[in-house]
Design a protein around this ligand. Structure first.
Ligand code: PLP
Length: 339
């Protein structure tokens, strides 16, 4: 099977497993694990923040970011197709008492759509406590928000709304690889930033939240309360460090493979709309003659796994465990499945 459902399906390479087996560890809840400490320092430096904190998942790190900035009974501005809104089972409401204020109207948040979502001042209207960005944007097919756009949104948020910003940067690595913009420049547009190690970098689990010392001290409390204090977690941090050392630099291959797959499908099936990929995710919008379930089943029967994003949209994701040849083969299978 060629599994292109997600970039989370990668399995740790033999070298990554060796790094995990050989990791120096300690009790991270008691007094720190040296490998976790090394990862946290590395990520804080890369993102240009005071500190970073290791989390078991991106979902928990996002929840901690919202915990830090959010105030119970207020709103969080978020894109209506964001991961925080659609794929974290309403954690913002369930864990932090936040109501999403949906930013609608474009595949990703823009200054214009954010402005349009701002409520007129009224003593009856909800107040807001935080603004959430997402880069790259998963629901929009790994779309990159370029630095200038992110800066404009951050300036407006800080100057006019006077609110803190949380950046869901699960795939910020891909945004940086695709544009050449440094991770730190992107991260400067937010107060807290989540990055994931289990997507493009190929680690089995893990994410980090970076921010100021004060924010990370508060995030530490949130992580503990959510049950995310992990003991000899250096075994997991070693996988993330290995991913940073050996897989970060190859993300461009996934982007090139996604572009190749998109081109083959667009050329082979004229009536589908393939969203031109900025990074490693290809969204295929289907004509009414076929639905995503049919495409998924036909591709599966030919050894290719893709995901149904919705009835009319199929998602295909390129990653570390899918070679150029496999991606090209998958593209041909998809052309047949879509016919
Ligand atoms: C995967 C993902 C997350 C959540 O990360 P997990 O480690 O799967 O919990 C959050 N945001 C975005 C944009 C993601 O793609």
């Amino acid at each position: 099977m060629i599994d292109l459902r997600s970039d989370t399906v990668t399995k740790p390479t033999p070298a990554m497993r060796r790094a995990m087996a050989e990791a120096e560890v300690g009790d991270d809840v008691l007094d720190g694990d040296p490998t976790v400490g090394a990862l946290q320092d590395r990520v804080a430096t890369m993102l240009g923040k005071d500190r970073a904190l290791f989390f078991p998942t991106g979902t928990m790190a996002n929840a901690a970011g919202l915990w830090v900035h959010g105030r119970h009974g207020t709103e969080a501005y978020a894109h209506d197709d964001s991961h925080i809104v659609n794929l974290e089972i309403a954690g913002l409401a369930g864990l932090r008492g936040l109501q999403p204020r949906m930013v609608r109207g474009a595949p990703v948040m823009t200054l214009e759509t954010l402005r349009a979502a701002v409520r007129p001042a009224s003593k009856h209207a909800p107040r807001a406590s935080v603004v959430c960005f997402e880069n790259t944007h998963n629901g929009a097919g790994g779309m990159v928000t370029p630095l200038a756009d992110l800066q404009a949104m951050a300036d407006f948020t800080r100057t006019t709304l006077k609110l803190p910003i949380h950046l869901d940067g699960a795939r910020l690595w891909n945004a940086s690889a695709a544009t050449g913009t440094s991770l730190a420049d992107f991260a400067a547009c937010a107060d807290t930033v989540m990055v994931s190690f289990s997507k493009g970098l190929g680690a089995p689990v893990g994410a980090a939240l970076a921010g100021s010392t004060t924010h990370i001290e508060e995030a530490f409390v949130a992580r503990k309360r959510f049950g995310g204090g992990m003991r000899q977690s250096g075994i997991l941090a070693a996988a993330a460090l290995h991913g940073l050392d050996h897989h970060l630099g190859r993300l461009g291959e996934d982007h090139a493979n996604a572009a190749r797959l998109a081109a083959i499908v667009a050329e082979g099936v004229p009536d589908v709309r393939v969203v031109p990929p900025d990074t490693n995710i290809v969204m295929i919008d289907l004509p009414s003659r076929i639905n995503a379930g049919t495409v998924e089943a036909r591709a599966r029967a030919q050894g290719v796994l893709v995901s149904q994003w919705n009835d009319a949209r199929v998602r295909v994701v390129c990653h570390l465990d899918a070679s150029r040849a496999q991606v090209e083969q998958a593209a041909l299978v998809l052309v047949a499945a879509l016919a």
